[in-house]
Each structure stands twice: as C-alpha cells, then as structure tokens.
Design a protein around this ligand. Structure first.
Ligand code: TYC
Length: 151
C-alpha cells in the first residue's frame, strides 16, 4: 500500500507540479483521475494511453468491429406506363442475373406498386447497374427509370 501511495504521490507531482497539501485533497484528486480513466479507457493521465506505472484501468472491451462492412445500396426500378413488361423482365435477367420467374415477379411488383427493389449492392456496383438499366432503356427508347437508395 505504501508503494502504491508513493507511486500515486509521484504521479500527482509529475502531473500537477506538486502534491496536494492535505490527504483529503489527494484522495479526491486520485478518485477523479480513476473516473477519468474509466471514461476515456486510458490510464488516467489524460494522454489516452496506458502504462508508465500508472494507477488505473485497461480497456477490456472493443465496441467497434475491426472489419467495417461497406454500406449497401438498393437499386430500385420505377414503374411507367410505356416500357413493355417483357423488356423489364429481360433487364432483370441480364443486369441483375435473375431467373425468369423471379424477374417476372419483380416486374409485376413494380407494375402494381410503383417501384421495387431489383437488387442490393455496394455503391459502385449499384451505380453501374443503375446506369446500365437507364442506358438500355435509352437505346430502346423506353422511359424506364432506375434509382439507388442507401439501405
Ligand atoms: N407498367 C408497365 C406496363 O404496363 C410495365 C413496367 C413494369 C414498366 C415495371 C416499368 O419498372 C417497370 N407496360
């Protein structure tokens, strides 16, 4: 205990440029440092790092995963009155690699509900597919529209 107190006194002297004059003030000071250490996950000296023969706690839990997942984007087809159903089905098969039955289901969903998700992808893939759909529609002179939305 003596060693620990000596360390604390040394530490306080190091940080504050002199030990607090009475014991109550010192205890209070050390208590505040330990609270700080608990909040910051550091060792209480305010530099956010541990070590140096210091008083307090090590952080034991990780709150963020190491491998961040990329954000995903929905590619959404919009309904219109002019694009033929078969063209939309072909686009879903060619661009979104859907089986014929699934492509037909998605097309009918868009036709009946005004919009529907063709697929979900990382940003650049979603962007390329969106442009491809609009380019195919433009070449065929259909007004089919496609937008992307963050998941
Ligand atoms: N509503 C169109 C029609 O009746 C078909 C259609 C479906 C158009 C889906 C666009 O994204 C779309 N011919």
């Amino acid at each position: 205990m003596l060693t620990r107190n000596a360390r604390i006194c040394y530490y306080i002297g190091k940080v504050e440029g002199g030990a607090p004059s009475d014991r109550g003030a010192m205890v209070d000071f050390v208590r505040k440092r330990m609270v700080l250490a608990r909040i910051t996950g550091g060792d209480g000296d305010g530099d956010g790092r541990s070590g140096g023969g210091d008083i307090a706690t090590e952080r034991k839990t990780r709150t963020k995963s190491q491998t961040a997942k990329p954000p995903l984007y929905k590619v959404i087809l919009l309904n219109d009155d002019y694009t033929p159903m078969e063209f939309v089905v072909e686009v879903l098969e060619a661009v979104f690699h859907k089986q014929h039955a699934e492509a037909t289901r998605i097309m009918l969903h868009v036709h009946q509900n005004g919009m529907g998700v063709a697929g979900v992808y990382p940003f650049e893939v979603a962007e390329t597919k969106t442009h491809t759909v609009e380019e195919l529609a433009r070449q065929a002179e259909y007004p089919l529209k496609c937008v992307m939305e963050k998941e």
